[in-house]
Design a protein around this ligand. Structure first.
Ligand SMILES: [Zn+2]
Length: 367
């Protein structure tokens, strides 16, 4: 994994490269942005570049140091990520082995996994011995939001008195999910969602997807490569059918049925599944909008469903489409806060269907 392996993220890339070139390496970085857009790959590329024996800004890839980073055996580069606690060493070894063999590796771990105080304490002891063979010690804390409160406080103490020639790279979906005191000690580096075209290209070139499948999957991924790779493993057409059926039931406008759909989704307690449904619905309405403006099958994500899209484009007004898109986008942003999923989905889906018109209208006024 070198800077070249990170898809897009030009701003983050040039910022990091110029920091190295100018010899201005911070003690802490926070790489924040959507899941699966290259944050930890970039962190590893950064580690490689900082210690490359040939001082190649891209990490030459062939010196001893670069090779050790790639195999996760460099004594100065530590990658920490959430674990579920049982047989931790085996879990870590398995992840590192898989990761070193796949530059688009997707790290899936159970919701209950965390970065524990013991791990951070062990790290602190380890850092006391200083730099071992490279120029910098790099500690990558992937999914830093999964640190327990005790682990966060322990890390904070290290960030307050950073050991010499150590740089911490934290990755997280946003700045809000970490302690403000940690955030303020890190240089924030923003990562952006990838373009659907970029994801499509990877799926076709690296994962043997057909162009049609790649297009649907990329459209549904919300700009996250790891979501796209997850989706690729599923039957996308079946998955889309299931979610479009939900959308149809909502659009039909029967309150009891709408609440059933909301309950069904909320009961699974899988926020990622909800996000995917919302993304799929957004994509659908975006397609309807495009068709309304005269777009053809080549311009839409659901290119194989032009008949349905044309039919909807003929009956749904522009203002109504915009309204529905707003309701759906609100669901995504509300989910960032820890709201009650069932309540959020029930009220949002009623709004989506037009059963409830005003945003703040209480549920018991449903007609
Ligand atoms: Zn090198």
């Amino acid at each position: 994994m070198s800077f070249r392996d990170v898809v897009n993220q030009q701003q983050a890339k040039s910022f990091l490269k110029s920091s190295i070139a100018a010899g201005r390496v911070a003690n802490g970085y926070l790489f924040h942005g959507p899941r699966g857009v290259g944050k930890s790959t970039m962190a590893l590329a950064f580690a490689k570049s900082l210690n490359c024996e040939r001082e190649d800004p891209d990490g030459c890839g062939s010196c001893t140091s670069c090779k050790k980073v790639a195999r996760f055996v460099h004594p100065d580069v530590t990658l920490i990520f959430p674990t579920s606690g049982k047989k931790e060493d085996e879990e870590i070894a398995a992840v590192l082995t898989e990761r070193s063999g796949d530059r688009f590796y997707v790290h899936a771990f159970p919701h209950s996994a965390s970065i524990k105080i013991g791990t951070i304490q062990a790290l602190r002891m380890d850092l006391a011995s200083g730099v071992r063979e490279g120029r910098w010690r790099i500690v990558i804390l992937a999914y830093a939001e999964k640190m327990t409160p005790e682990a966060s406080n322990c890390l904070l103490r290290m960030l307050e008195e950073p050991p010499a020639r150590v740089t911490f790279v934290l990755t997280a979906p946003s700045r809000r999910v970490l302690l403000p005191t940690i955030v303020s000690r890190c240089q924030a580096v923003r990562f952006v969602a990838l373009a659907a075209k970029e994801i499509e290209k990877i799926l076709v070139e690296e994962r043997d997807a057909s162009p049609e499948e790649a297009r649907v999957v990329a459209g549904l991924s919300g700009g996250s490569l790891s979501t796209a790779l997850d989706l690729k493993e599923q039957d996308v057409v079946e998955y889309r059918k299931e979610n479009l059926d939900r959308l149809k039931r909502i659009n039909a406008g029967k309150p009891a049925e709408i609440l059933n759909v909301a309950e069904g989704l909320a009961a699974a307690r899988d926020r990622e599944q909800v996000r995917r449904f919302v993304r799929l619905a957004l994509l659908w309405f975006r397609d309807v909008l495009l068709v309304k403006y005269g777009a053809g099958a080549d311009d839409v994500a659901n290119r194989d469903m032009m008949n349905e899209l044309t039919q909807q484009a003929g009956v749904v007004e522009l203002a109504e489409l915009r309204r529905r898109v707003n309701v759906l986008e609100d669901i995504i942003s509300s989910m960032e806060r820890h709201v009650d999923l069932s309540l959020l989905l029930s009220s949002s889906f009623l709004k989506l269907s037009g059963v409830v018109e005003d945003v703040g209208q209480p549920l018991d006024t449903v007609r």
